[in-house]
Design a protein around this ligand. Structure first.
Ligand code: PLP
Length: 459
């Protein structure tokens, strides 16, 4: 299930709360270079996963977690979250298999894909993964045949924002006007509908999307109750920001969600609330390090004549103030050892704003940064003012955990990055299970964390 470079390395610990990022990167680069190895790599800060987990449990204590594996199925992530008690949103047989192989109980999985091949349904039935979503009567017919005892969650349509990249309601979700008929059909077929789900899309530009969706879910839930269905679950989906997304913070979203839950599903009614965050968990935990493998300085006129306009849309950059950057007659083109078919797949999927960081800065030049394949869509950063760089130079990119490795195809046979896990000594000591099971045999454990912390993490 782990695509590309599965050979990840032993966990290393750091002191204190904040990862000394650049010193770790330099150490890894030195280590690789001493072996004549200049491959790209990810540094994964496991402490960041736990910080996000703690933050979630602090701000959304009523909402059970089912991590959306599709966002980043790297085994380090799934292992850590499984050991910390998190459940999983799986979208296919392969994803379900990956999670069951970790020893996770089937009740901690939701098969959250409204369109399921019959063979996958049979697999889910054989393995007791009974919680699953649907949004059409056609799916009900298939489920009736292959898994009649499944517990079903109706995915409803919700309004997604006009500027959202992921307008999931274009593809999924039973429309409000269809809810009664589809639930009545399920009841008539003797199928066990237990809840309602939605996904507000992304990036979320306002917490109001959750508020509106929860209200809609409440209406659908009540229709289910009125039809005698065993309604007991609300699934509020994903879309939660893993870092400030330019519009809303996680705290703002959480406040709005809590308010709506208190209004429509008060704790006294004991409705089970679950969520399927992806971006939220992994975005900030992964830092990518790549190298420049090619450079070409060309005239701007040549580029503009030969290329599609939208490929070179202007990006704002903090660095544009430098006067030298104003000379746009030349374009500094660079080619990296990873591109949009590899670790930068999030550029295509999420329109991710790639923040290239050099370990030292120099003069700014108008630049374009490409990936290593022969495809022209493999553009990582289109026209931005960047420090001049040289072939062989390393750079790093923070916030690369979501929809990067999971979508990488390895097109042109380009190898995917290595993965080096690190963690703060403090967090490691709180989650000893990880060390027993992850084979990080060289790690020395010092149980320094206070007991209350352990409780919070292993709920
Ligand atoms: N749940 C479902 C059904 C999804 O389709 C997705 C993403 O496509 C997610 C959860 C995760 O969304 P995000 O990564 O925005 O939290």
């Amino acid at each position: 299930m782990c695509k590309g470079n599965g050979d990840y390395h032993n966990l290393e610990l750091y002191e204190g709360d904040v990862l000394p990022l650049e010193s770790f990167l330099l150490k890894k680069v030195d280590m690789l270079e001493s072996q004549n190895d200049n491959r790209p790599f990810f540094l994964v800060d496991l402490a960041e996963l736990y910080r996000m987990l703690e933050q979630w449990r602090r701000h959304l204590p009523r909402v059970e977690l089912f991590y959306a594996l599709k966002c980043n199925p790297h085994p380090i992530v799934s292992r850590c979250l499984a050991d910390a008690g998190v459940g999983f949103d799986c979208a296919s047989k392969m994803e379900i298999e990956q999670i069951l192989n970790l020893g996770v109980h089937p009740s901690r999985i939701i098969y959250a894909n409204p369109y399921k091949p019959s063979g996958y349904l049979t697999y889910a039935a054989a393995n007791n993964v009974d919680l699953m979503t649907f949004d059409s009567a056609h799916e009900l017919t298939k489920i009736k045949k292959h898994y009649p005892n499944a517990r079903l969650v109706l995915r409803i349509w919700t309004r997604n924002g006009p500027i959202m990249i992921h307008n999931l309601s274009k593809k999924f979700g039973c429309h409000t006007r269809e809810v009664r008929a589809i639930l009545a059909q399920a009841a008539k077929m003797n199928l066990n509908v237990v809840g309602v789900s939605f996904h507000v899309g992304g990036p979320v530009t306002s917490p109001d999307y959750y508020a509106t969706a929860i209200e809609q879910a409440h209406r659908a839930f009540n229709i289910g109750l009125s039809l005698g269905l065993n309604m007991e679950i609300i699934d509020i989906g994903g879309g939660f920001p893993g870092k400030y997304n330019g519009y809303v913070t996680f705290e703002e979203v959480a406040e709005s969600v809590n308010k709506s839950l208190d209004r429509y599903f008060p704790a006294s009614e004991a409705v089970r609330i679950i969520a399927e965050p992806g971006h939220y968990f992994v975005t900030a935990a992964f830092t990518l390090t790549v190298s420049i493998i090619g450079k070409r300085i060309v005239s701007k006129r040549d580029i503009d004549d030969g290329c599609k306009k939208d490929h070179f849309k202007e990006h704002n950059s903090d660095e544009t103030s430098n006067e030298e950057a104003k000379d746009e007659s030349l374009i500094y083109m660079y080619v990296l050892d990873q591109g949009t078919c590899g670790a930068f797949a999030n550029v295509t999927y999420d329109d991710a704003d790639i923040q290239l960081k050099l370990l030292q800065n120099s003069n700014l030049k108008t630049s374009i940064v490409w990936g290593p394949t022969c495809a022209t869509f493999d553009c990582v950063v289109a026209k931005r003012q960047l420090s001049e760089m040289e072939v062989g130079q390393r750079l790093y990119i923070p916030n690369m955990g979501a929809y990067s490795l999971s979508l990488a195809t390895g097109f042109n046979g380009i190898e995917l990055p290595l993965v080096f896990p690190v963690c703060s000594r403090y967090y490691c000591a709180t989650v000893p299970l990880i060390f027993e099971q992850l084979l990080f045999s060289k790690v020395c454990l010092t149980p320094t964390a206070p007991k209350t912390h352990i409780k919070g993490l292993l709920l």
